[in-house]
Design a protein around this ligand. Sequence first.
Ligand code: ADP
Length: 544
Amino acid sequence: MIAGRMMDRPLLIIDILKHAADAHPTIEIVSRTVEGPIHRYGYADAFKRTAQLAHALKGLGIEEGDRVATIAWNTYRHFELYYGVSGIGAVCHTINPRLFEDQLEYIVNHADDRVIFIDSNLVPLVEKMAGRFPGLTAYIVMAARENMPETSLPNVLCYEELLDGQPETYDWPELDERAASAMCYTSGTTGNPKGSLYSHRSTVLHALGLLAPGVLPYGTGTAVLPVVPMFHVQAWGQPYVAPIAGTKLVMPGPKLDGESIYELIESEGVTLTLGVPTIWMGLLTHLRETGKRFSTLKHLVSGGAAIPLSLIKGYEEEYGINVAQGWGMTETSPVCAAGADGPEMDKLEGDARHELKLRERRFFGVELRLVDEDGNLLPHDGETQGELQCRGPWIVDGYYNDEAATAAAMTDDGWFRTGDVATITDAGLLQITDRTKDLIKSGGEWISSIDLENEAMSHPDVAEAAAIAMPHPRWQERPMLIVVPHEGKNPTTDDIREHLKTRIVSWWMPDDFAFVDELPHTATGKVSKLRLRERFKDHVLPTI
Ligand code: ADP
């Protein structure tokens, strides 16, 4: 080999913020605070405060490799923690406040977190569990002194007091780019949660990957609102992408309802926003009820769960918003594929165009393949469903301190088993059709629960729908559809069946239907099929 004559500079997270402070010093980070008022400052100010935080962390005894937990909403303080913690070589462990108590206890102790940073309105949640975290040496409330809540927590510190008077510069260490920078546990719908441990290198490459032109629009004059929480896989990379691109970053704090999101989009001139389908349903309902329109928003990204076609149509046709779907997982940093723009899309109009938006194109840096149950490769023909596996520099190569889970997730040739079922077209467009554990296998053939749900949700009276597998003596499993009608609507089984008849092949028709007021959701806002299956476990199909 002839070695290239280029500098071997490490890819470090703190250099992203340093770049923003130098190149985009006055571009703002705007946050709706937990207390309510809007806070705003530029990337240069954020960099100074991050230096102060780094000094404070050192003062707390945090060393390289230590885990520092956060349980917090999207705000500028959480942004400072992303950079300050990783900047000194420690690991920022973001925790989802909506997890069950047992999961929280497991995660904090398994990660061996040293200290925890908490938003003031989440203090009661942590307070009632304090005795269950023996390893934590301090609880830092992310507030100014005047907003500190009364609390029975031991060793409580105030974030602003810790920063106060600290120097505004820090001698950031030149870390190994492969050093761990952050971690996030999957919500663990089965078994214990599993930890993904990101590195500086994986994080920077993921952010650069997302910036590929033509995928998501960033840059001067744009403003991004990650509604997706910073505890949900690093807000899908937005706190890293925005400072690189010089994009204004708008943080929603704890208020994620349609009205609050709409207000922020309008008042801050947001051009791009990202979140899970449940959030977009809430916002669309708000728009329709109030007759409001967007004045700056152009692009909306939905991910984390399959987006219903009806939602894409609603935003595109009624509001002129370009909707793109993204696919990813906690284990994949998370974004691997997004949007389906390209020559295929350009040829299409109307419904056909919307339908293509159910697919996503993979990013440079991520390889995808489909395999059958025996591990044989399957064709990318847009029809054949198989288990999706992926590989790339921002995909996990195993779980943190969990050999059994690692062995189950990795293939012998080094690919990650996603547990998702998908099709891929010959033009490289991915569509998730199911999760392996949610598959409905009727007479040996797979029925895509996502497709079934999507078609059901295209009925005007249906707000949400979920398909689950029910045991059947002849077919092993048959689908059952659980439907949430729109408020004030009362669709019947016959209505739904009639609607589905022309839209799905006959053997996909659910054997039974149930109507409920709401579906159970997981901590990340997805329908919990596990809880649904539990709820209907004694139900017997009428076709038996
Ligand atoms: P969990 O839902 O287990 O808490 P993640 O947030 O990591 O964990 O979710 C990853 C999963 O979300 C994927 O494996 C996939 O099943 C689902 N998902 C993500 N994006 C999409 C999408 N665009 N379409 C369908 N499913 C998706």
